[in-house]
Design a protein around this ligand. Sequence first.
Ligand SMILES: [Zn+2]
Length: 249
Amino acid sequence: MGNSSGKNSSVSPSLQGSTISSRRTFIIGVIDVQNDFCEGGALAVKDANSTIARINKLRFIYANIMKTFISQDYHPPNHMSFAKTHGKKEFSKEKLRIIMEDGITLEIEQSMWPVHCVKETFGAELHADLIATKKDILVRKGTDRNVESYSAFGDEYRGKYENTLLNRKLKELSITDIVLTGIATDYCVYYTALDALRYGYMVHLILSCTRGVAEDTTENALSDMKLKGVLFYDTIDDFYDYYDKLTSI
Ligand SMILES: [Zn+2]
């Protein structure tokens, strides 16, 4: 970690700037760019495919500077988020009572999704056009039948039932900033951003690299993220300008 003694006020603004940029480490986060969320998929998000080339471009620009983590929704066939599991209507909201392995009964209001991203199926695979390499950190979530994990970090109980260990991996890499992209803005991107803030990361969301399930929930998610301190960029070029300024001071 850098100098946090608070004595920086005596150095020149330019030196201050370089101190700030040199102690920040960025990573690109790619959320759930999987077949089932793309065109023709079981839970296709409108215009999701338009994000893929842009995410690839972002990766290409920062290939030597930033690592990437990729999340994958990865459910058992009888996952609690599937309408079919409960015989309910798709896209409704239902109150569920689930007895967990630790004996605790959880009362949950859960969106009922079409069956999607079932492990070891085509729908769960990353889209073939997305650049993914062996060096990327891959995290799978929603793997526990009883728990929803929209966030790439784990479930909404602070990772009590499902923890992807993403936070530990990012801390090991001394990551301070996450450049967030992927699907869907109003669910998995949103909850990943909230967890990231809670764990102390700065979050940068590139709007051209994300798409939402529905307009109203996307609007709500965006305004909440903004309120909580997520930084927004319309395009990759806008982020490029920000990063360029940050590192050239
Ligand atoms: Zn899911």
